[in-house]
Design a binder for this molecule. Structure first.
Ligand SMILES: O=C(CO)COP(=O)(O)O
Ligand SMILES: O=C[C@H](O)COP(=O)(O)O
Ligand SMILES: [Zn+2]
Ligand SMILES: [Zn+2]
Length: 311
């Protein structure tokens, strides 16, 4: 079933588990993710960045957004698990409007690069439009270091819990992504992973809404090593340990954004297959191993986040 993200996340928040949100750009990842979620009888969130919409729509936001809605919705109607489609890191109002118009289940307005008052003002406006169409909204407070839409933030700016309380009350936002020390991509920590659990706990106590962990890939060693065995160079790759993510779930995280782990798993499978099969040119064959590895990551995440069996 195609459902509102709010429905999935409020249930997760009440019952102390988390649902992974997986980024896609193409059909292969979508098929692998939905097969994995159906096998685990789990709810799942599919998300696309503005870049993914631009890619699918060949530059036209509404065409790209409609492509994802039609594809995800039609596939979702054939499966007996709750499936939502979410716009990840909406920064450009044209993309947010296109996602709402096309029928996304939820959108993120990411104005976290603005000062607090401006972030609040923009988020409040987007909540007004989105709610008028029955679409739920995620916003972000604090900043994640790393690459995000080609903007490189040097340092993490962590969320202020008291500000989070005011922000949620004044904007009416449905879910909040508090920055607590994670970052996007495959190179998250130079030394040990370090997340601010105490800060997260306070944000949950003060806001009581479903919370979102961005930059939550674990960067599995198995797939990094396999990709490197077949020619990739991912030196220094490091993610968030699964134990730390589980701790975040105990403290109130209900949506766990995952892109990098799928990319690395797929890359490992694709490289392996192509290097071992020089004569192969059927995409259904050379994508297959990558899709199986993506499905493996999906099923593992559904298990350790306790989303398995919650459909
Ligand atoms: O936060 C993300 C998408 O919004 C993805 O994070 P990763 O780069 O850790 O997969
Ligand atoms: O948070 C960012 C996601 O990983 C999407 O990245 P992208 O903008 O390269 O599609
Ligand atoms: Zn952001
Ligand atoms: Zn993110």
């Amino acid at each position: 079933m195609y459902v509102n993200t709010k429905e999935i996340l409020e249930k997760a928040s009440k019952n102390y588990y988390a649902v992974p949100a997986f980024n896609i750009n193409n059909l292969e990842f979508l098929i692998a993710i939905l097969q994995g979620a159906a096998e685990k009888k789990a709810p799942v969130i599919i998300e696309t960045s503005e870049g993914a919409i631009k890619y699918a729509g060949n530059g036209d936001p509404l065409r790209g957004a409609k492509f994802f809605v039609e594809t995800v919705k039609n596939y979702a109607e054939t499966l007996d698990i709750p499936i939502a489609l979410h716009l990840d890191h909406g920064k450009n109002l044209e993309y947010i409007a296109a996602a709402i118009k096309a029928g996304y289940s939820s959108v993120m307005i990411d104005a976290s690069h603005e000062v607090f008052e401006k972030n609040l003002e923009i988020t409040k406006e987007v909540v007004k439009w989105a709610h008028a169409s029955g679409v739920s909204v995620e916003a972000e407070l604090g900043q994640l270091a790393g690459i995000e839409d080609n903007v490189m933030a040097e340092e993490n700016v962590l969320v202020d819990p008291e500000q989070a309380k005011i922000f949620v009350e004044k904007t009416g936002v449905d879910f909040l992504a508090p920055a607590i020390g994670t970052s996007h991509g495959a190179f998250k920590f130079k030394g040990e992973a370090k997340l601010d659990f105490e800060r997260l706990k306070k944000v949950k106590e003060l806001t009581k809404i479903p919370l979102v962990l961005h930059g939550a890939s674990s960067v599995p060693k198995k797939f990094v090593e396999l990709a490197e065995k077949y020619g990739a160079n991912l030196g220094g790759a490091k993610g968030v340990p699964q134990e730390d993510i589980k701790e975040c779930v105990k403290l109130g995280i209900n949506k766990v954004n995952t892109d990098t782990d799928l990319r690395i798993a797929f890359l490992a499978g694709l490289r392996k297959h192509l290097l071992e099969n020089e004569k192969e040119f059927d995409p259904r064959k050379y994508f297959k191993q990558g899709m199986e590895f993506v499905k493996e990551v999906v099923m593992e995440r559904l298990e350790f986040l306790n989303a398995a069996g919650k459909a």
